[in-house]
Write a protein that binds this ligand. Structure first.
Ligand code: GAR
Length: 219
């Protein structure tokens, strides 16, 4: 498989970026991270990139009067690196429709909930407040509607009786670090594509007919 070019967009600590970097370094992903772009210079992940020799760029959203002008400069920076895939890894800016359409099918995101439940912010606290028994993370194609694009993969874990938002967030994050490289693998080897607003799986796969599990029976 040919090596594919990844541009990763971050806003914060970049732990998912580090998980993707590790998967590339281990040979689990036939890819190269050609640039990491942040929307402000305080993103902690940038320091880590510099220490690991990853090219970085900053497009500070505060310098732009509106979303469209920010997105235009962001797109120009992305295009300079000729990426096959644009990976949102904790990139906490909503993107304009024009930007999303430009990269449709090549733009993916990870979200810390089992979408379509809990789009937006504070997903772990909201999951606890709703009393769900299962929670997790979703990798999806990005479409103009926030956190609503076709799903590629989901990781799921039980909500434990003693969970608070911090404990749950930490377990979900560890799950994300396994889920995101795996989901990217499906994209890079062509197992799935965005097709007419849906995720189309090119190869057959078998799945169980149903699963019925109550986490309390497992503890
Ligand atoms: C991750 O939990 C990711 O799912 C979330 O931000 C965190 C980034 O952490 N993304 C969103 O909430 C997007 N809607 P990281 O910077 O350590 O990868």
């Amino acid at each position: 498989m040919t090596e594919q070019r990844l541009v990763v967009l971050i806003s914060g600590r970049g732990s998912n970026l580090r998980a993707i970097y590790q998967a590339v370094a281990d040979g689990r992903l036939p890819a190269r991270i050609v640039a990491v772009i942040a929307n402000h210079d305080k993103a902690a992940g940038l320091t880590w990139c510099q220490e690991h020799g990853l090219p970085t760029a900053i497009v500070p959203h505060r310098n732009f009067p509106d979303r469209e002008s920010f997105d235009r400069v962001l797109a120009a920076e992305i295009d300079r690196h000729r990426p096959d895939w644009i990976i949102l890894a904790g990139f906490l800016r909503q993107l304009s429709n024009g930007f999303v359409e430009r990269y449709l099918g090549r733009l993916v995101n990870i979200h810390p909930s089992l979408l379509p439940a809990f789009p937006g912010l504070h997903t772990h606290a909201r999951a606890l407040a709703a009393g769900v028994r299962w929670h997790g993370a979703t990798v999806h194609f990005v479409t103009p509607e926030l956190d609503a694009g076709p799903i590629i993969s989901q990781g799921i874990l039980p909500v434990l009786a003693e969970d608070n938002a911090e404990a749950l967030a930490a377990r979900v994050l560890a799950l994300e670090h396994r889920l995101y490289p795996q989901a990217l693998g499906y994209l890079l080897d062509g197992s799935c594509v965005l097709d007419n607003g849906r995720t189309l799986w090119r190869r057959g796969y078998s799945s169980p007919e149903w699963l019925g599990i109550n986490p309390e029976r497992l503890i």
